[in-house]
Design a protein around this ligand. Structure first.
Ligand SMILES: [Mn+2]
Length: 243
């Protein structure tokens, strides 16, 4: 039995399946998904439906889930007088932001599904947790999507807001906890300054960054085994960049 992490799948179902095979994922393993399953790529719903069938997959929320869930909930409402009143500026702004962030792919796929599957996906997205803390290979790992905005040494993880955890960028120059390694997605390692291996897993100062930019041309999806530190990669993305 082993514990694995994967982050920022962004609708790349084939890369996800490739990694699942590479790590030999089975029933006794645990796989933590660090958010941003949805948007940009074409198969976010297919990925979510596959994840839902495995109760040893533990999803953590990313900023794209935070954008997607209220929009999909809104778009599945019937057009009634009461629901039309919900179309205020805030809702319109949410829909626009989501569309600008690659939401169209998710929305298009979602609306081809049966009502039952749509309902199951909305429910599942609502169950993603803010963070997970796990022990593996004699180490303690804190798994979050983004970073720790408003960081203070000794501050308990419970005292950060969801916005702090999900939307901010990790500060790789700051060791957040003396006794814990923080594993994050959200920032493709291609964008980390002075990274000697852009597009591959990055480790520094008690940080491990695992988003290897699978939606980018020449990017890939990564998985890390927390027990052994072994890295696994999908094949490279040969399609055009998604930004
Ligand atoms: Mn993100």
């Amino acid at each position: 039995m082993a514990k694995y992490v994967i982050s920022d799948i962004h609708g790349q179902f084939d890369m996800f399946m490739e990694l699942i095979e590479k790590i030999g994922f089975n029933k006794s393993d645990e796989l933590y998904i660090l958010g941003d399953v949805v948007d940009r790529g074409s198969y976010a719903c297919k990925t979510l439906l596959w994840m839902m069938e495995h109760d040893n997959i533990l999803p953590i929320v990313g900023n794209h889930e935070l954008m997607t869930l209220p929009c999909l909930r809104f778009l599945t409402k019937e057009i009634t007088e009461e629901n039309i009143k919900l179309i205020d500026n805030k809702m319109v702004e949410k829909l626009i932001n989501w569309q600008l962030s690659g939401g169209k792919a998710t929305s298009d796929e979602f609306h081809k599904l049966t009502k039952d599957k749509q309902h199951a996906i909305l429910e599942y997205l609502g169950e993603f947790t803010a963070y997970e803390e796990v022990e593996a290979g004699g180490k303690t790992y804190l798994l979050i999507h983004g970073g720790l905005e408003n960081y203070e040494p000794g501050k308990d993880i419970e005292d950060y807001t969801l916005q702090d955890i999900v939307w901010s960028r990790a500060d790789y120059n700051t060791r957040y906890f003396p006794d814990k390694i923080v594993v994050t997605g959200h920032t493709p390692t291609q964008y980390i300054e002075n990274n000697p291996r852009p597009g591959y897993i990055f480790r520094k100062n008690g940080h491990i960054a695992i988003d290897c930019g699978c939606n980018k041309r020449n990017g890939r999806l990564a998985s890390l085994c927390l027990d052994t530190g072994e890295e696994f990669y999908s094949s490279d993305n040969n399609e055009s960049d998604y930004e």
